[in-house]
Design a protein around this ligand. Structure first.
Ligand code: HEM
Length: 225
């Protein structure tokens, strides 16, 4: 029963809260679709944390999605030992970049009083969840080797079973605790999205991904000579 609650009911509830909540927030408060950047208050650590985080987590997310949506292609991509080694290495490097980025974000908010002052409880919860999520992802990657292959025979059929409304939790219920924490936190992040600055993920159009960082330009009148 607990397993049905955790691996069937909870994912649907979390997705429903994430989707309905995000649409509701968009319709009622479009201008709140922002990261509420604090670059203005501190620039250097913000640059390193944001760059490491985003360059690590975005490819990781796309690799996860590919594993869910096109498992046969992903399987073929890991078809030789060399490719499997390479993908393991890439996954770990990207994950470590994301973890260091999230770590710097937390330290930065703890260290600078001005930034701490503009950090809400929701911000702390999201930062903590993201850190935990990536941390457990790396635990999986380091302690249960060859994830690229077992991913496709566990997480993929479970996710697909949810997507096609024919839930099959048995693909994941026998996995170790670290896997379960990682999967459940993944869905929890969906649920907290509309209540936090994570909504910026849904900020369409996504031009912020390739535009330059926020530029703050001071315009002062020249001192008269
Ligand atoms: C419920 C959805 C999710 C499932 C089923 C899932 C599944 C997995 C699996 C099976 C691995 C091990 C892969 C390997 O060892 O090669 C992994 C690793 C990882 N996951 Fe997830 N994950 C989910 C959501 C997320 C989310 C939302 C994030 C980030 C915010 C994330 C970040 C990571 C990272 C950083 C790694 C380690 C790097 C890697 O090996 O790719 N995961 N995930």
């Amino acid at each position: 029963m607990l397993e049905i609650m955790l691996f069937v009911v909870f994912p649907y509830v979390a997705l429903a809260i994430g989707i309905v909540g995000t649409i509701y927030r968009y319709l009622t408060n479009q201008y709140s679709f922002t990261t509420l950047s604090s670059q203005f208050l501190e620039n250097e650590l913000q640059f390193w944390s944001s760059t490491l985080w985003h360059y690590g987590i975005l490819p990781t997310t796309f690799i996860h999605l590919a594993g869910f949506i096109i498992p046969s292609v992903m399987n073929a991509l890991h078809g030789t030992p060399e490719l499997l080694y390479l993908s393991e290495l890439a996954g770990k490097v990207l994950g470590i970049m994301a973890l260091v980025g999230a770590g710097i974000m937390i330290v930065r908010r703890l260290t600078f009083s001005k930034i701490r002052a503009v950090t809400s409880t929701a911000d702390w919860i999201v930062l903590f969840l993201l850190f935990i999520q990536v941390f457990f992802g790396l635990i999986l990657a380091f302690t249960y080797r060859w994830g690229a292959t077992w991913f496709i025979h566990t997480a993929t059929p479970w996710m697909n079973s949810l997507a096609f409304f024919s839930p099959a939790p048995q693909y994941v219920t026998a996995l170790p605790l670290a896997h379960k924490v990682h999967f459940l936190t993944g869905f929890l992040l969906f649920a907290v999205m509309p209540f936090s600055r994570l909504v910026h993920i849904a900020a369409f159009p996504f031009s912020y991904m390739w535009r330059r960082f926020q530029l703050v330009i001071w315009t002062r009148r020249k001192a008269s000579s």
